[in-house]
Design a protein around this ligand. Structure first.
Ligand code: AMP
Ligand code: ZN
Length: 440
């Protein structure tokens, strides 16, 4: 059970369900009222006959229409904001691969609350002012940079804003500055370890690393365990997205059994992505979030497209804030292959069970005269790559276990360590070269 000293903000972290829900209702009403200042929401809420007065219970949330990424694009750049620009202190923008990018505005109060949320998360996993926190995220528009920076400073740690890339320098900083906690995307954590190995650096012997914060991209439990073993650390899953500030939305506690979502900041719903009806706790669906502690740009019932579920039951840590299961991926990550729906994470889960395999893999989809072909390339780790007999046996075993998981036969290519493309930010796991209905 947690006590006051284990919490950065005991007043909020130790609330009972009743207290959480009372606060949520109060903040929801205030948010809906405030949204009337937003040109977008003013029209939208009036069209649906929603006002703060007719929100009488949390159940009334359902009266509010969903907000989508398309709404953010349509109102680009400032059309959803609920305050005038002179009240804003910063914006973050996501790259627009299709159509307009999206913009998220923050007031100084929003930035403050964001830093508090991140500090709360880092404190929850045991980080304290005497820790040295290194951040290997890109700084700039990607919220993993500044988001963690201000949160770690708020907690009072010595921060090392190393930013993305330059792995040799990253390792030097870890060694020279006595870094105890590192934030990295999971694929980069692996990369870091590979370079350490090449350079003869043993993380257990030569560094003080003990805590790793990993997030920003889907990863399996198996990959987490591999990373923990490689670097000799405890790795905690961190979930966030630019639309909700960035990091600090949901975070694992020391129990590592799901991510507490801070319900004094967000109201969480899981809905069936087809019917948009809420699903019961324990069932997977699309995560929908309502911000109830934001000034510049609150978002009501925002469809995140991330697929997860609420874990039923209480967390042994004692915090009553609900827990999300690790993300299965986004609805747009789903591969439709020969009529079967497959998430890359299902493939990863199988691959990570083989100790001979590294953590880097790439799924490629191609057309062929006989139908679509899926090739899974994965780096071989602990096996001599010239032992063709062993490689052939391993390859067969992977194909058969993948078939048992995803029900289709795929090609598997084992490649030497370091041969697949590496990215400094989020890893690209799927290359779809098909010309089909789905992506033409
Ligand atoms: P961005 O707004 O660019 O930071 O991207 C946010 C998206 O990254 C989320 O909507 C998720 O799809 C993904 N993401 C962030 N954190 C995690 C995590 N811990 N596990 C899985 N996916 C994540
Ligand atoms: Zn917990």
């Amino acid at each position: 059970m947690v006590n006051q000293e284990d919490c950065f903000n005991p007043e909020m972290e130790l609330m009972s369900r009743r207290e959480i829900e009372t606060l949520q209702l109060q903040r929801l009403k205030a948010t809906v009222e405030h949204c009337m200042n937003s040109p977008f929401y003013n029209t939208r809420l009036k069209d649906y006959g929603v006002s703060a007065e007719n929100i009488k219970s949390l159940d009334d949330l359902k009266r509010i229409p969903f907000t989508t990424k398309q709404d953010l694009r349509n109102t680009y750049p400032f059309g959803i904001a609920s305050v005038s620009l002179d009240k804003c202190a910063r914006l973050h923008s996501s790259s627009g691969t299709t159509g307009n990018p999206t913009v998220i505005l923050h007031t100084q109060k929003d930035l403050n609350e964001w830093a508090n949320a991140v500090a709360r998360c880092l404190y929850m996993v045991g980080l304290r002012p005497n820790d040295v926190f290194q951040n290997s995220s890109g700084y700039g528009m990607f919220t993993g940079g500044l988001g963690f920076q201000y949160g770690a400073e708020r907690l009072g740690m010595l921060t090392v804003p190393a930013a993305a890339g330059n792995t040799m320098r990253q390792i030097k900083f870890i060694k020279d500055f006595g870094t105890t906690a590192l934030h990295a995307v999971p694929s980069y954590a692996t990369r870091l370890f590979e370079i350490m190995q090449q350079e003869g650096v043993d993380p257990n012997r030569d560094t003080k690393l003990k805590t790793l914060i990993i997030g920003a991209e889907p990863h399996s439990e198996e990959q987490r365990r591999k990373i923990e073993e490689m670097l000799g650390v405890k790795a905690y899953n961190s979930f966030g997205m630019s639309e909700m500030c960035g990091p600090g939305v949901a975070f694992e506690c020391k129990e590592q059994n799901g991510l507490h979502i801070w319900e004094d900041y967000y109201i969480v719903e899981i809905v069936n992505p087809d019917t948009l009806e809420p699903v019961p706790d324990g069932e997977f669906g699309e995560l929908v979030l309502t911000t109830i502690n934001r000034e510049a740009m609150p978002l009501l019932r925002y469809r995140t497209r991330d697929l997860t579920r609420i874990l039923p039951g209480d967390c042994p840590c004692g915090r009553q804030h609900k827990r999300l299961d690790r993300m299965k991926g986004r609805s747009d990550d789903m591969i439709i292959f020969r009529g079967v729906n497959i998430f890359p994470i299902q493939i990863e889960t199988v691959l990570m069970q083989f100790k001979e395999l590294g953590t880097n893999y790439l799924i490629t989809l191609d057309n062929s005269p006989k139908g679509d072909v899926m090739t899974v390339e994965v780096e071989v780790n602990a096996l001599a790559t010239d032992d063709f007999g062993r490689l052939a046996t391993l390859q067969k075993e992977i194909i058969s276990r993948l078939k048992a998981e995803i029900l289709v036969t795929v090609k598997v290519r084992l490649v030497p360590n370091g041969n697949l493309p590496q990215s400094e930010g989020k890893a690209v796991r799927v290359k779809d070269n098909r010309k089909t209905l789905y992506n033409s």
